[in-house]
Design a protein around this ligand. Structure first.
Ligand SMILES: Nc1ncnc2c1ncn2[C@@H]1O[C@H](COP(=O)(O)OP(=O)(O)OP(=O)(O)O)[C@@H](O)[C@H]1O
Length: 611
């Protein structure tokens, strides 16, 4: 796009209104994120969760607001191409010294695609790639009190006082139970992780300037640098039963941090002036995690989606394999496919479901939305939602096309919509989520190996791990007030880190909406002999005793399950959790192994820690 002149005052006004719209959005987003500190200090857990949920809506609200303004004041959709070309260039000019240019570009895309008809806009009008670099953006604050991260340079004799200063610089307005003791725990835990006992010239600790808030926790996120070694770490800060603060653990290394930043958890609240600098810092700690996922984890989901889509297009250009029906048992309501070389699955809601699935497209979308807004406690995969996505036809197997034509014809268009001479598969609405190994397949692998060699220790471990973590996953979901509905193995998957995560949302309910019942005793012999359910069942009734036959057919599975999770078959377990949640209790679900918590012998019993 090469313009000879920029002469449209209208284009300037539109560009200005657009950047005002974005600035308003980011100010509100940031203010809400910054309030997390106060909610943490006052232990307002319900408020924290509500804010996490509501903040997700902010973006769409502001886009709608801005596009309405552009229509009202400038009749935006009637403006010719020449004006839109100028709008984009002027907008780029407004971004030169902006602190969130990448987010503002995405906002521009969202607003223009809302206003301009899809066939009208071309890639020239939107930001297909970033126009403004996010490298080396710094805060304008001349006193440099507001940098993205702070550096501390402890000497051997000042290490405790420097670490103390590092924590105190966050300005939390609640006293610590015993900060020096906790600093010692941290120091003792860090020490053995270094190759050299010697402190090198560059020895320093860098921490991101804002704490990361989520549910009942606040996290210090940073790295220790010594010579060529860099150790990423996070320190969860929690309240004890007396309302004082404690540092609960030292999380360190890439794997611990990946667990903390998992796609299966709620988004953090972080007060950031320059989000790209946060992402860059985090990426230096977890280099294999895509930038898209950091934006997601920071609550900037639209940016996450934009980057995901760019990564996806890039992957498509550099791969040649074809989309296929996903391995595993086919879903009754979802049609699931994947591209073997790409670690995600694509899910379409089918047009028809078997009679036992009494649901609708709207209800299913409602359940997926519920999961997006809910605390996913590391046990429910996050989904990205796309509409009108186009894929090259030649990258689809005929079998997959036939499957979509049969089960989801309303979602499919095969045409050359953009007129570039290539036929495309255009899908009206898809969910995209991380690919996992379905738990039934994972278990089957173990069964097969054990059949060949009953002493195969690895297969036995795989089986035990799957069953134990499956039960843990259900218990974590219950703590987050989620009843999965359909608990069959096939509805859970194993992540790269070996965690069991749930992904089938169409039957989930809040635990507090369920009615957990015991199976009534048979009234007579006919009842007893009947293979049918002879007692009446309400729409929210759940009978935990009846889970066993569906889940525990295999004796090895049964043995492990009954040893670790027999309580899941007991109505009391479900009912008592439901009652506690109804009383307002917010359960603790740790994004790390509880074994990792510091042991404060004398005080441990008093610490009611939580995340
Ligand atoms: N994230 C994922 N990773 C790998 N495979 C997946 C994933 N999500 C779904 N699948 C595969 O697709 C199948 C159907 O997915 P899903 O359970 O979401 O559909 P459904 O129609 O809701 O199922 P159901 O019939 O149990 O209600 C799963 O059994 C699994 O084999």
């Amino acid at each position: 796009m090469l313009l000879k002149k920029l002469d449209s005052p209208l284009a300037f006004d539109i560009a200005k209104a657009m950047i005002d719209g974005f600035n308003r959005h980011y100010t509100l987003f940031r203010t809400e994120s910054a309030r997390a500190k106060h909610r943490f200090e006052t232990q307002d857990w319900h408020g924290q969760q509500r804010a996490q949920r509501e903040r997700i809506e902010f973006y769409d609200l502001r886009v709608r607001e801005c596009s309405r303004r552009l229509e009202r004041e400038f009749k935006a959709h009637e403006q010719p191409m020449e004006v839109w070309e100028q709008v984009k260039l002027l907008y780029i000019g407004l971004l030169v010294n902006h602190r969130q240019p990448e987010l503002a570009e995405t906002f521009f895309n969202s607003v223009t695609t809302k206003i301009l008809h899809r066939s009208y806009f071309q890639n020239d009008f939107i930001f297909v790639r970033p126009a403004i670099s996010t490298e080396y953006i710094e805060s304008e604050d001349p006193r440099r009190t507001d940098t993205t991260f702070r550096s501390y340079y402890p000497q051997r004799e000042t290490i405790v006082s420097e670490l103390r200063r590092m924590i105190e610089d966050f300005g939390l307005r609640v006293p610590f139970e015993d900060l020096d003791r906790d600093i010692h725990f941290v120091f003792e835990a860090i020490r053995p992780l270094f190759d050299h006992v010697h402190l090198r010239a560059n020895f320093q600790v860098q921490v991101l300037s804002s704490l990361f808030y989520r549910n009942k926790g606040a996290y210090v996120v940073g790295k220790v640098i010594n010579g060529f070694q860099e150790l990423p770490f996070a320190l969860p800060i929690l309240h004890n039963a007396q309302g004082q603060l404690v540092i609960d653990a030292l999380l360190h290394g890439e794997d611990d941090l990946l667990m903390l930043f998992s796609f299966a958890r709620a988004y953090f609240m972080v007060d950031m002036e320059i989000p790209s600098a946060y992402v860059q810092f985090l990426r230096s700690m977890m280099p294999r995690k895509p930038r898209a996922e950091f934006y997601n984890a920071l609550g900037l989901a639209k940016q996450g989606k934009t980057l995901f889509y760019r990564d996806f297009l890039y992957h498509m250009r550099h791969s040649t394999d074809r989309f296929r029906i996903a391995p595993g048992i086919k879903g009754m309501v979802m049609l699931v496919f994947d591209l073997p070389s790409f670690p995600f699955v694509f899910k379409l809601i089918k047009d028809y479901y078997p009679p036992q699935k009494d649901t609708t497209r709207e209800q299913i979308r409602g359940k997926y939305l519920l999961v997006k807004q809910h605390d996913r406690v590391g046990r429910m995969a996050d989904t990205l939602e796309f509409s009108e996505v186009a894929f090259p036809r030649e990258r689809f197997t005929d079998e997959l096309i036939a499957e979509i034509e049969k089960f989801a014809p309303s979602q499919l268009e095969i045409s050359d919509r953009d007129g570039d001479g290539r036929t495309e598969v255009i899908l009206k609405h898809v969910y995209i989520e991380r690919r996992m190994i379905p738990l039934n397949i994972y278990l089957q692998e173990a069964f097969d190996a054990l059949q060949k060699d009953p002493n195969d220790a690895r297969a036995r471990r795989q089986l035990e791990h799957a069953v134990i973590d499956y039960g843990n996953a259900i218990k974590d979901l219950v703590a987050a007030n989620i009843f999965p509905g359909d608990m069959l193995w096939k509805n859970f998957g194993i992540t790269r880190h070996g965690k069991v995560v749930f992904y089938d949302y169409d039957e989930i309910e809040y635990v507090t909406d369920c009615n957990f019942r015991r199976v009534p005793p048979p009234r007579n012999e006919d009842d007893e002999m009947s293979g049918e359910i002879w007692y009446s069942v309400g729409p929210h009734d759940v009978f935990p005793e009846t889970f066993g036959p569906f889940l525990l057919g295999n004796p090895l599975v049964r043995e492990v399950f009954m040893k670790h999770h027999a309580d899941l078959l007991d109505v009391e377990f479900w009912q008592s959790h439901k009652e506690r949640i109804l009383e307002g209790h917010v359960y603790d679900v740790f994004p790390y192994d509880p074994e990792r918590r510091f042991r404060r012998e004398a005080t441990d019993a008093r610490v009611s820690t939580s995340i």
